[in-house]
Design a protein around this ligand. Structure first.
Ligand SMILES: N[C@@H](CCC(=O)N[C@@H](CS)C(=O)NCC(=O)O)C(=O)O
Length: 211
């Protein structure tokens, strides 16, 4: 199977770069210069009409949306490597639940937080009370993640999986946006473990660990 990833440094593509390293897959990686607008060029829009990274091209067919790419990599390559649960197991459902939740629920709140107060967003759109409420909800979400990790070392049980990688990357991004894991010691320690994996450095490079 031929794999080609369109990515950019420190972007939504970062978890995919980490997952490819974790799975030890051969994949051509093309880094786009987002500042230069390479993601809006016609040739790229033909494979991803949304003009964003990542896109994984699988035997010529594009797959976009980070969480879909991660779940597909898990199903296709992770089962045999012990990094994704087999189809038909309860663990598969749990892996889909937590990896879907971190993007659709937690990640959506982080996006709202950015609109409400990020220096990269027009200050006229900022909304401090909304930012405070979103931070409260993110903290509650981290509390639920902490409770899960208090009962087992990894999201699915005793073994690290791509579900951990997926959730840890989005939580890490949220730390860059000003969310704190203060008060969530199991999340903090689990993140520290993730940061020691070689695959983390492949995606995050020299960026200093956030906890
Ligand atoms: N929901 C998408 C988000 C992708 C996304 O927004 N990527 C950003 C980089 S973090 C991008 O390519 N931005 C360039 C642009 O909007 O022009 C995913 O997870 O794949």
């Amino acid at each position: 199977m031929s794999l080609k990833l369109f990515a950019a440094p420190m972007s939504s593509a970062t978890p995919v770069v980490c997952a490819l390293a974790e799975l030890d897959l051969d994949c051509e990686i093309v880094m786009l210069d987002l500042q230069a607008g390479e993601q809006k060029r016609p040739a790229y829009l033909a494979i991803n009409p949304h003009g964003v990274v990542p896109t994984l091209v699988v035997d010529g067919t594009p797959l976009f949306e980070t969480v879909e790419i991660l779940q597909w990599l898990g199903e296709t390559y992770g089962v045999e490597r012990g990094l994704w649960p087999a189809a038909g197991t309860p663990e598969r459902l749990t892996a889909l639940s937590w990896s879907g939740w971190i993007y659709a629920s937690y990640g959506a709140l982080v996006g709202t937080l950015n609109f409400a107060r990020s220096p990269h967003v027009d200050a006229a759109l900022h909304h401090p009370p909304l930012a405070a409420e979103v931070l409260r909800r993110l903290d509650a979400a981290l509390g639920r993640l902490d409770a899960r990790l208090a009962a087992r070392p990894f999201l699915l049980g005793d073994a690290y999986s791509l579900a951990d990688l997926t959730v840890a990357c989005v939580v890490t991004y949220s730390l860059y946006c000003g969310v704190s894991v203060e008060g969530h010691p199991h999340v903090r320690d689990w993140l520290r473990g993730f940061y020691t994996r070689p695959a983390y450095a492949r995606g995050w490079g020299d960026a200093p660990p956030m906890v």
